[in-house]
Design a protein around this ligand. Structure first.
Ligand SMILES: [Zn+2]
Length: 117
């Protein structure tokens, strides 16, 4: 009998919209999405068993992403479900991931200039 199976089909499930961010890759500002990427073992092209799950906040335009731990993902998902926003501190930590203090300060100043209170 001939059984066709494979590894590596990836599905993306968008859980919710997170925040507006200018993407460092495509340089466009979009609402970034909280998503769950699963890699599947497939049988006859049908996804059967997910064997790898990755959590991320992704740019909807070009698909570049910030990877999250399961813990961070679950917390954000909970925050989305309860419709309460994340603490500013937690939000900034993610929003400015991979940037140094000088870059963060610069971005904050730009934001203040763009959104005068
Ligand atoms: Zn992008």
């Amino acid at each position: 009998m001939f059984i066709l199976f494979g590894w590596g089909k990836v599905t993306r499930q968008v859980v919710g919209q997170m925040f507006e961010k200018t993407c460092g890759y495509c340089n466009q500002t979009h609402l970034w999405q909280l998503c769950k990427n699963r890699t599947w073992f497939t049988l006859f092209f049908i996804p059967v068993i997910p064997y790898k799950t990755r959590y991320a906040i992704a740019c909807p335009n070009c698909g570049s992403y910030i990877q999250l731990t399961a813990e961070q993902f679950n917390k954000m998902k909970m925050d989305l479900n309860t419709a309460s926003s994340m603490s500013d501190e937690a939000m900034e930590k993610i929003k400015y991931a991979g940037k140094n203090a000088i870059q963060i300060n610069f971005l904050k100043q730009m934001e203040e200039r763009n959104n005068p209170k």
